[in-house]
Write a protein that binds this ligand. Structure first.
Ligand SMILES: C[S@@+](CC[C@H](N)C(=O)[O-])C[C@H]1O[C@@H](n2cnc3c(N)ncnc32)[C@H](O)[C@@H]1O
Length: 479
């Protein structure tokens, strides 16, 4: 192959036989991608045959032809769509625009010639230039690359949702035309209703950012309670405390709650669940031991159908009538992982794991009495290690506890958390061969007759369409 040289883009002959297509929505992405990174055009020239017909770079040539004729306004619009451009200084932006304006005056591109190729070899090149035998390591990408950047760079990231969009394959969406009208499973159910719930996905992050902005609970009342680096309640860390993920709360309400019904939590903690439940039309009661937290929560939900009572969750039956509730949600303390107070009946402040479990069992047994028949309880838990380093099997203990009080396990989902600082911490953990934990368990228990579920619970309608009703726009950018 010869060295690259520069020729006018208009001298390149587009390859009409190129079987590679690009969808209408992807073409602007390619233009943007070239505009923000012109250096790469030099390093990766177009490949032409001896007649000037493109063998490699057909789409890029098309994009450059568009750029050649673009107005200044059009160039700016395309650039504005890229976060790389938005993050540049004004000076850098100006330089980039000037680069393209001067390029438009003399629109030359780097090309290299495939010399001595037979017609057969040219055909082979066209295909091989576009194929790849490698596979993306999606975990590596999710952990160490920015999803928004990857999307902007043309990588179709979030594969699970793509799989989910092919609803006919797993039979879990309605007709394909319905799926086409409304989009993917995540449009309908917020997240695909699989046993893995992945908070790292774009749809999840976007929705979380919207809720966070609305709720504005930054865990101020519990600063510094969380053990170093750990997470609790599939939470994100804010001010050193764990906060419930609002998208998780929304999923619990929509999948297992009853619109217009009642919901409660006997270890309420922050405002998130109550706020989300009330926004979705439920009437919520939270029992929380710490006065300052209950007071703050009540201020935050003022005017909404939510209230927080300061008491021991074991006394839930004093505040809520037996058989009156449609949904129990709780993310209880994970023993002493996050110690909330020095109160003797604080579940996180018990001398032994067994004493901690006793408080949970008392509270949950009473809470189960408050539930109506044919209703769900959703408990978010994560296992914790004892002083020696063994897991307690906290998740198993909760399952046994609920079963013993008449609520067997009906679903179990693993919620995959943002990786955060785990890659750094895991280096330390692995000295003891401890694998970095980046999930929590969402346990769904059921009380009653499971045959009653389809008549008790309405079909789930398209959740994404409700966002406008909350004054939220699903097209907002992610956090
Ligand atoms: C894990 S948090 C609740 C979940 C919430 N997402 C959070 O992280 O704040 C547990 C909450 O239970 C409260 N708590 C501890 N013992 C309690 C008890 N006996 N009765 C009621 N609440 C209790 C703590 O004060 C804390 O706010």
């Amino acid at each position: 192959m010869s060295k690259s040289t520069q020729i006018p883009v208009t001298d390149i002959i587009l390859n009409e036989d190129n079987p590679r297509q690009m969808s209408e929505d992807k073409f602007p992405r390619l233009i943007e991608s070239l505009l923000v990174f012109p250096k790469m055009l030099k390093t990766r020239p177009m490949v032409l045959d001896e007649n000037g017909v493109v063998l490699g770079g057909n789409m890029r040539t098309r994009a450059l032809l568009w750029i050649k004729d673009a107005t200044l306004q059009q160039l700016k619009e395309r650039l504005e769509a890229q976060s790389k451009y938005k993050n540049m200084t004004e000076y850098e932006q100006k330089q980039l625009i000037e680069f393209w304006q001067s390029w438009q005056a003399r629109p030359k591109v780097y090309v290299t010639y495939a010399e001595g190729y037979t017609e057969e070899e040219k055909r082979e090149f066209v295909i091989k230039d576009n194929t790849s035998f490698g596979d993306w390591d999606w975990n590596e990408l999710a952990n160490n690359w920015e999803p928004m950047e990857l999307e902007e760079w043309g990588l179709d990231c979030w594969q699970p949702d793509k799989v989910a969009e092919g609803g006919d394959n797993d039979g879990s969406t309605g007709s394909s035309s319905e799926a086409g009208k409304h989009g993917s499973l995540s449009d309908k159910f917020i997240a695909p209703p699989f046993t893995i719930l992945d908070t790292r996905q774009g749809y999840w992050r976007q929705r979380k950012a919207m809720w966070r902005e609305r709720i504005a609970d930054f865990g101020e009342s519990r600063e510094g309670t969380l053990a170093d680096g750990e997470t609790n309640c599939m939470a994100t860390i804010n001010n050193g405390v764990s906060l419930l993920d609002p998208v998780m709360a929304e999923i619990v309400c929509r999948w297992f709650g009853i619109e217009g019904g009642t919901a409660f939590d006997c270890f309420a903690g922050d405002t998130v669940f109550g706020y989300v439940a009330a926004t979705l039309g439920m009437s919520f009661t939270g029992i929380e031991l710490r006065e300052e937290q209950a007071t703050l929560n009540n201020e935050r939900v003022e005017g909404m159908c939510a209230r927080y009572i300061c008491d021991d969750g074991q006394n839930v039956g004093k505040h809520i009538a037996a058989g009156s509730q449609d949904l129990l949600f709780s993310c209880p303390p994970y023993y002493d992982l996050e110690v909330y107070s020095d109160k003797p009946n604080d579940a996180s402040n018990q001398p032994t794991y067994e004493a901690f479990l006793d408080i949970l069992e008392n509270a949950f047994a009473n809470a189960i009495d408050c539930l109506k028949q044919n209703r769900f309880a959703v408990i978010v838990v994560g296992d914790i290690r004892d002083k020696e380093g063994y897991y307690y099997d906290f998740v198993g203990d909760i399952k046994r506890m609920f079963k013993a009080h008449g609520m067997p396990l009906y679903n179990e989902c693993i919620i995959v958390e943002p990786i955060g600082t785990l890659p750094q911490r895991v280096q330390r953990y692995m000295r003891n061969r401890k694998v970095g934990k980046c999930h929590q368990n969402v346990l769904v228990f059921y009380k009653g007759d499971i045959k009653a579920i389809p008549t008790t619970y309405n079909e789930i309608t398209y959740a994404s369409e409700d966002l406008a009703a909350f004054g939220m726009d699903n097209n907002d950018t992610a956090e």
